[in-house]
Design a protein around this ligand. Structure first.
Ligand SMILES: [Zn+2]
Length: 253
């Protein structure tokens, strides 16, 4: 492997995407070549710093705007162990890290999974017999965290609890509770709060009975999502937002 190839492989190596034979050739070159060794270690140092800082920032729910600029400035102020590290290297590190971190953050907030489960319309594993008892019992038997179901007047709201099943959202076991309003389906999902929780992009905030709800639309479906304790709740339906907000607000605390 020559210097040009080593330069090309350094990103792949940092992302752990090289084949073992390629990695061995890369390691051998970097060990022998001072120029590539310096470049690779500088890149690795920046990437680790950026990853850590991007993660801290998204933990604090900061918006991505200006974030990269600020982080770059912040890192530049800190003493770099590698004085020859150039702005071009920082930019390369950012490009490599940004895709990883933002896609991870996006995955935890994405309304895509709840909406996809709603559209698949799988049958319930447990059916309601007119009250929430059967469904509550099923959920507490299968999930390691409590799920608080909305309590509302079925007569007045015309919303009927149909049943529930287990689902998987953000790689965790999730509750999938089904309701019916005059033939329109309403799905409620509950799953453990991802470490990085931020409102889905494009959603608006709404207050209802002291609860802060995120209200938006995804693939033509209305979505209302909120956080209660360490659990994320999401309602998905073609039923209008006001009705979903009413349901969300009726949840026990
Ligand atoms: Zn080299």
């Amino acid at each position: 492997m020559d210097c040009r190839e080593a330069e090309r492989f350094s990103d792949l190596s940092l992302d752990g995407e090289t084949e073992p034979s390629e990695q061995a050739a890369f390691d051998a070159h970097v060990t022998a070549c001072g120029r590539c060794s310096g470049r690779f270690h500088a890149q690795s140092w920046y990437q680790n710093n950026l990853r850590q800082k991007l993660q801290e920032s998204s933990d604090r729910l900061e918006p991505p705007s200006n974030l990269k600029v600020r982080i770059t400035a912040q890192i530049s102020e800190e003493r770099s162990p590698l004085p020859w590290a150039t702005p071009a290297l920082v930019a390369a590190g950012l490009a490599a890290v940004a895709g990883f971190t933002w896609s991870q953050a996006g995955a935890t907030l994405d309304p895509e999974e709840p909406v996809a489960r709603h559209t698949h319309n799988l049958p319930p594993e447990v059916r309601s017999r007119g009250d929430v008892m059967e469904v509550s019992r099923f959920l507490s038997a299968h999930l390691e965290y409590p799920v608080e179901l909305p309590r509302f007047d079925e007569e007045r709201s015309n919303v009927r609890l149909v049943g529930a099943r287990l689902a998987s959202i953000a790689n965790r076991d999730a509750a999938y509770v089904m309701y019916d309003q005059r033939g329109a389906r309403i799905s409620l999902f509950a799953y453990p709060k991802p470490r990085r929780f931020a409102p889905p992009p494009g959603f608006g905030e709404r207050e209802a009975h002291g609860r802060t709800l995120q209200v938006g639309t995804h693939r033509g479906y209305n979505v209302v999502t909120w956080l209660s304790g360490n659990t994320v709740y999401a309602l998905v339906s073609e039923v209008d937002h006001d009705r979903l907000v009413e349901l969300a607000a009726s949840q026990d605390r």
